[in-house]
Design a protein around this ligand. Structure first.
Ligand code: NAP
Ligand code: G4F
Length: 326
């Protein structure tokens, strides 16, 4: 039985990856940090808590001793680092902690592997945000990085460390440069989930308006459940490498609102108010993946299109919000 450490286990991707690895008969060790809302933090992984191959350990990515202890205890075959301060907008208000988690946190993982168990295969959650304001789309593994947020700067530092530890120390370290991926488990502050939740609440008469920032930015949105398969595939190769993962299609935030409107059966745009406070000091205007390398080498292909994705999310939110209707 293989053992995998997964950081960020309570998040969207961590929970889907844990399910995938358990299905593949792995022992999954999830890193969790203390929360003031202890009863709510397991929402995405509640259904896994009784699985004997699913083990949670306390720690924090920025606390190197907790990472070293974990690698020492389990000497895992695979280590997936999905933990991050993952909200780009929040990185402008908390740049230091974001940078610490998203870059030094990764160094802690790499150093623990290099010193304790160099045969551990490492996956880093890199991001299309690293392309920043590079308008040359579609973006591939060889496109120029031009980050425009503290979040993306921290992720680019981490990405460079992964490349360096692969070259300098021969670690089996891979970065997945993932474009936006969403699901019914997406955090409610990210734009797609904010929209599907609001659409459901407006439909049910629970909300009157939807305040959003920039509606013109373009994103390449896929379904998170499919993207965690790409992470696993990267670590099964003979040689480590970096891969762009995305659909190759790009849409504006307005397009997504139109899509949700069609599913919900009313014009959601009538309820949208553009609120400057949700705009960012600098914006990533255009993301569109060129996932040819992943398609050719990993044999990975996205299956869920934007409309199906919006439907999954909207229907989930509609069911969830119904309990608040009096
Ligand atoms: P998410 O839902 O926000 O989950 C982030 C996870 O990181 C949570 O489990 C969180 O734990 C954990 N975490 C944050 N700070 C930590 C710390 N100091 N120590 C330990 N754990 C910590 O994010 P996601 O959407 O699943 O994304 C997973 C990873 O992929 C992230 O690294 C993100 O930056 C990257 N990424 C995401 C996308 C996307 O579109 N979703 C695209 C490209 C890259 P708590 O529950 O305690 O907060
Ligand atoms: O949903 P978002 O917050 O995602 P963003 O900034 O693209 O970041 C996500 O994807 C990255 C991969 O490219 C990940 F690395 C990162 O961890 C995260 O998962 O915003 C998408 C777009 C932005 O252009 C934003 O300005 O939507 C725009 N937007 C407009 N109104 C809004 C809002 N975003 C949020 N969160 N909230 C709004 O009200």
């Amino acid at each position: 039985m293989k053992t995998a450490i997964v950081t960020g286990i309570t998040g969207q991707d961590g929970s889907f990856l844990a399910e995938l690895l358990l299905e593949k008969q792995y022992k999954v060790i999830g890193l969790v940090r203390r929360s003031s809302m202890e009863d709510k933090k397991f929402f995405n992984i509640e259904h896994l808590l009784n699985n004997k191959n699913f083990i949670l350990e306390n720690g924090d990515l920025t606390d190197s001793s907790s990472i070293w202890r974990l690698v020492q205890k389990y000497k895992p075959e695979e280590f997936y680092n999905l933990a991050a301060q993952s909200h780009v907008g929040a990185s402008f208000t908390s740049p230091e902690s974001t940078f610490e988690i998203n870059s030094t946190g990764v160094l802690n993982c790499l150093e623990s592997i290099r010193n304790i168990n160099p045969q551990t295969r490492f996956y880093q959650a890199s991001t299309s945000e690293m392309f920043g304001d590079n308008m040359n789309a579609p973006q591939s593994e060889t496109s120029i990085f031009s980050p425009v947020s503290p979040y993306a700067c921290g992720k680019l530092a981490a990405h460079s460390l992964v490349v360096n530890y692969r070259k300098a120390y021969g670690l089996f370290a891979c970065s997945g440069i993932l474009f936006n991926h969403e699901s019914e488990r997406r955090g409610e502050q990210f734009v797609t989930r904010k929209i599907t939740k609001a659409a459901a609440r407006i439909k049910l008469g629970l909300q009157k308006e939807l305040r959003l920032g920039n509606l013109d930015a373009k994103r390449d949105w896929g379904y998170a459940k499919e993207y965690v398969e790409a992470m696993w595939l990267m670590l099964q190769r003979d040689t480590p490498d970096d891969y762009v993962i995305g659909t190759g299609k790009t849409y504006t935030i307005s397009d997504f609102i139109t899509c949700v409107s069609e599913i919900a059966g009313y014009n959601l745009m009538d309820y949208v108010i553009v609120d400057e406070s949700f705009k960012r000091p600098s914006e990533v205007p255009l993301l569109q993946a060129n996932p040819a390398k992943a398609r050719n080498i990993l044999k990975w292909n996205p299956k869920t299109d934007l409309k199906e994705l919006a439907k999954i999310m909207y229907q989930y939110d509609l069911e969830k919000e119904k309990k608040y209707v009096k």
